[in-house]
Design a protein around this ligand. Structure first.
Ligand code: PMP
Length: 455
């Protein structure tokens, strides 16, 4: 049993947290979570917190599902590890690959497993470059990503990410073979335009970049279908069909990062389905096991895989935990539950419209300049001046202040820049949504008061 000692232990421990200001952590300590059930997590103080972020786009079926624990336990007893390097595989990996490809477009039939989204993106970039080498076009090397995007923290994945604090002054990140375009962020990049026109304009930024670099030098474009990073940046309907057309026109491979969007976040099973497109490489992670175990899947089109298999020889790429039996078994059980309980269908048909209506009502709040959502991902953008869209100074950290006010009241949501992001689990009930939005409003009211903003 852990008790409040947990706070002191962490205060002294040699333990670095992801994306954390460690000086502030040393002063305040970290909350110690001890238990989770459904959409709730409890800490050592007995405080109950609503996980309004599903971990971070992971825990779609909620915490504490015994079926997943049992699937893990029986897989571990049956076969705890499988060394996949020496032409050996096992049932759970094969079944999961079959299950995934049966759910995806006809052209996507090959799956490579690893443990994280970052690793998946490493795999994808090595793969596309290998592909272009094999295709006799080794000069196709440049990768285009988008500003404000997040694709992971390894060197290449951090390079793909368009978040300035991740880019090191030494010039190593982003790597010189990666560049970024503006994202489909209408509030900042196309305010007041007709959304359909803005979608076409935002897609044209990709074409401009391809032409600037020369189509013969561009290997791939990588993006999230709707960008969770940067604050729920949801594209207009015209954006993705245009992007697909441009990628095909210039023979630029399309890598869709659905590490967050996959398995129901958009109210559809997958984001590419929601937006009606077909990627060459599809990245799945996080919600593939509802966050119970680390697993990601890189799903590869026939076009790429056929060349790799026919001409590639040995592909020197793989991880110790590629296709780990326990992770695959848990993913299969997670997908079975999503299926059986119709959680994705329910999220799309019933929860998402309610979620959107609740979110949209915040446009009246004196702090909120823009409201965005798709499925069960939403963002409320805080501004200093609603008329000019002027943001608060960065140093004010107003989003972090608001998130702290939410946490005090029992809701975990987060500031993505100045946008308050919500990604509740797919098992959230209508009543629980009411509580979530009541707390979010109280947190915003408290923030407005602190920053001297009145209606
Ligand atoms: N892609 C996206 C869109 C993500 O949100 C994340 C993680 N937040 C990653 C990739 C990286 O995944 P991981 O943390 O598992 O490496």
């Amino acid at each position: 049993e852990m008790d409040t000692q947990g706070w002191q232990v962490l205060d002294r421990a040699h333990y670095l947290h992801p994306f954390t200001d460690h000086a502030s952590l040393r002063q305040g300590g970290a909350r110690v979570a001890v238990r989770g059930e459904g959409i709730y997590v409890w800490d050592t103080e007995g405080t109950r917190i609503i996980d309004g972020l599903s971990g971070l786009g992971n825990v779609n079926i909620g915490y504490g599902r015994r079926e997943l624990v049992e699937a893990a336990a029986s897989q571990m007893l049956e076969l705890s590890y499988c060394q996949s390097f020496f032409k050996t595989t096992h049932r759970s990996a094969v079944m999961l690959a079959e299950k995934l490809t049966s759910m995806l477009p006809d052209s996507l039939n090959h799956v490579f497993f690893q443990s994280s989204g970052s690793e998946a993106n490493e795999t994808a970039i090595r793969l596309v470059r290998h592909y272009w080498d094999l295709a006799g076009r080794p000069q196709k090397r440049m990768i285009i990503g988008r500003e404000l995007a997040y694709h992971g923290s390894t060197h290449m994945a951090a390079s793909l990410s368009g978040i300035p604090p991740m880019h090191s002054a030494g010039g190593d990140i982003p790597m010189p073979s990666v560049t970024h375009i503006k994202t489909a962020y209408q509030y900042r990049n196309g305010f007041g335009m007709d959304p359909a026109e803005f979608g076409v304009l935002a897609a044209s930024w990709l074409e401009d970049k391809i032409l600037e670099l020369g189509p013969d030098n561009v290997a791939a474009f990588i993006a999230e279908p709707a960008q969770s990073a940067g604050g729920a940046l949801c594209p207009p309907e015209t954006y993705w069909p245009e992007i697909q057309r441009i990628c095909r026109k210039y023979d630029v491979l399309l890598i869709l990062d659905e590490v967050v969007m996959g398995f129901g976040r958009t109210g559809h099973w997958f984001g590419h389905r929601r937006y009606g497109i077909e990627p060459d490489i599809l990245q799945l992670g996080k919600a593939i096991t509802s966050g119970y175990l680390p697993l990601s899947a890189t799903v590869i089109s026939d076009r790429i895989a056929d060349l790799l298999i026919d001409k590639g020889g040995e592909w020197a790429h793989g991880y110790t935990y590629s296709g780990h039996p326990t992770c695959c078994a848990v993913a299969l059980e997670n997908i079975r539950i999503l299926d059986e309980e119709k959680l994705v269908e329910n999220a799309g048909a019933t929860l998402a419209p309610y979620f959107k209506a609740k979110l949209d009502s915040f446009i009246d709040h004196p702090l909120i300049g823009d409201v965005r959502s798709v499925g069960l991902m939403g963002g409320l953008e805080i501004v200093q001046d609603k008329a000019t869209r002027e943001a608060f100074p960065y140093e004010a950290h107003i989003g972090d202040y608001c998130a702290a006010e939410g946490l005090k009241r029992g809701l975990a949501f987060r500031a993505n820049g100045d946008t308050m992001s919500l990604m509740p689990p797919l098992v959230t009930t209508i009543e629980q949504f009411d509580t979530i939005f009541d707390i979010a409003r109280e947190a915003l009211d408290a923030t407005a008061k602190e920053f001297g903003v009145t209606a």
